[in-house]
Design a protein around this ligand. Structure first.
Ligand code: CFM
Length: 478
């Protein structure tokens, strides 16, 4: 089977099975190994389960205070959040007093050695009290286990229950200590399950319509949600709850009242759509809103469920007409450019086809930090013969890849960005975005513009080291 071991990973030969080179005609099950622990010695770029729970699932909720039960490091880490912009609008028409509260407000229990020895529950109780006093306007307090508290066995649920009675507002414990699974993906699952078990079904929406959806797995990175919201509203579909971009605690409680769940990020949140379907009989569809074709197809699919096809067609025609001239321009500029995608997983298969078919680019390879087999199957279907499909790439492999392969542009995260710049290759952030939104029709133009800007920046022509061989380099230095 066509697997590749990077030279830099020779001391860790197990890495070979994590890089698959696509060969047409290979059996379907021929995929890179994935969703297992990182091999010791490999400098992984993965996050932990706590990061998956707090950093992805709950971090976007705008009116809750986050209490991290940990030594100070995990709290500091959790403080740096993604670009989850929020409005101050609450469902009852009131205004939440702080904008983007979610991005900055996180407190920790600052565990010390004695807490590890004698237990940290007392400190956790005290921290919840102080948090409630400090931020009296929050509507719930979420608690997070971390590696340390998972190991010492503090009973987070017991403290949550006790404190909920004491302070009179919901206190929810998320038990996803860092080591709970091989990647952040485990934290997504714990986040989904906890919200389903503890929150869904606890509140009722102020009003319902026959066109209500849950938009699940949409975190409003740089405004993605607001653009999708515009489309749905124009078609006549009402988003009852967004799980969890620009969302408030109370909204999660009435997810059982929607008519349909629309799953945007399939990796992080199909779990809750499944659970809602099982318990409340609400069906769900998995969607994709990157690129013109996927956006059109998926808006059609959601509209069809409600018999609103005509409205969807109207919107699609209007928006495509609006973006076409720009799309044409960028396609001319980007055709033939070779791109490599470094994402958590889903964005690698969301983007491969639109980049190729709508912008003429060529995907040299894709990688993922935490995808499972179903996601790798999609990546494999959507890339060309010879493309690399990498699970859990390490930093040295990334360097080797950039040096050995003919790559014009890297689409990745901050961990890749500056490294590849030093190697003379432009990059665009597709995790938190440069100038998003990147989803939907107008979003795809934003992405195309940012790729164009990155590629055509004159700075890349000033890098002399790109053109010099080792020997020349010596001479030049002299
Ligand atoms: Fe879903 Fe996401 Fe992603 Fe994700 Fe992520 Fe992300 Fe990502 Mo960064 S929820 S799986 S854990 S689409 S943060 S907004 S970009 S790795 S591909």
């Amino acid at each position: 089977m066509p697997f590749k071991l990077f030279d830099v990973s020779k001391p860790i030969p197990e890495r070979k099975e994590h890089t698959y080179v696509k060969k047409c005609g290979d059996p379907e099950e021929c995929l890179p190994k994935c969703n297992i622990k990182t091999i010791p010695g490999s400098m992984t770029e993965r996050g932990c389960a706590f990061a998956g729970a707090k950093g992805v699932i709950t971090g976007a909720i705008k009116d809750v205070a986050q209490v991290v039960h940990s030594p100070i490091g995990c709290t500091t880490y959790g403080y740096g959040s993604k670009r989850y912009p929020t409005t101050t609008k609450m469902p009852d028409g009131s205004t939440f007093p702080v904008k983007d509260f979610n991005i900055k407000h996180i407190v920790g229990t600052d565990l010390q050695e004695s807490d590890v020895v004698f237990g940290g529950m007392k400190k956790l109780r005290q921290t919840v009290r102080e948090t409630n006093k400090e931020f009296p306007f929050v509507n719930a307090i979420y608690l997070y286990a971390t590696c340390t508290t998972g190991l010492i066995g503090d009973d987070m649920d017991a403290v949550a229950k006790e404190m909920e009675e004491e302070i009179g507002k919901p206190v929810i414990a998320f038990n996803a200590p860092g080591f709970a699974g091989p990647t952040q993906s485990k934290g997504h699952q714990v986040g989904n399950n906890t919200i389903f078990d503890k929150i869904v079904g606890t509140t009722e929406p102020p009003a319902t319509t026959p066109y209500d959806i849950n938009l699940i797995g949409e975190y409003n990175i740089d405004g993605d949600l607001w653009l999708l919201q515009e489309y749905f509203e124009e078609i006549g579909i009402n988003i009852l709850t967004t799980f969890t971009g620009d969302c408030c605690h109370e909204e999660l409680g009435w997810m059982h009242r929607a008519k349909l769940s629309v799953v945007r990020c399939q990796r992080s949140s199909t779990y809750i759509a499944d659970l809602i379907e099982q318990k409340y009989g609400i069906p769900y569809i998995k969607t994709d809103f990157f690129g013109v074709k996927y956006t059109s197809d998926n808006l059609r699919a959601v509209a069809k469920f409600f018999g609103l096809e005509d409205k969807a067609e109207e919107l699609i025609a209007k928006r495509i007409a609006k973006i076409s001239p720009e799309l044409e321009f960028y396609k001319k500029k980007l055709t033939g450019k070779k791109v490599f995608l470094f994402s958590g997983g889903p964005k690698s298969y969301h983007l491969a086809v639109p980049l190729h078919e709508e912008l003429g680019m060529e995907t040299t390879g894709v990688s993922s930090m935490f995808e499972h087999e179903d996601g790798f199957e999609k990546m494999k279907k959507r890339v060309k013969e010879g493309a690399l499909i990498i699970d859990d790439p390490n930093t040295l492999e990334l360097e080797e890849l950039v040096e050995d392969y003919d790559i014009d542009l890297i689409l990745g995260g901050v961990k890749e960005k500056y490294l590849v710049h030093k190697l003379g290759v432009p990059s665009v952030l597709i995790h938190s975005y440069e100038n998003g939104p990147y989803m939907g029709f107008e979003g795809f133009i934003n992405l195309a513009r940012d790729m164009y800007t990155a590629l055509y920046n004159p700075v890349w022509n000033m890098l002399e080291f790109q053109e010099t061989e080792d020997s020349d380099m010596d001479e030049e230095v002299e």
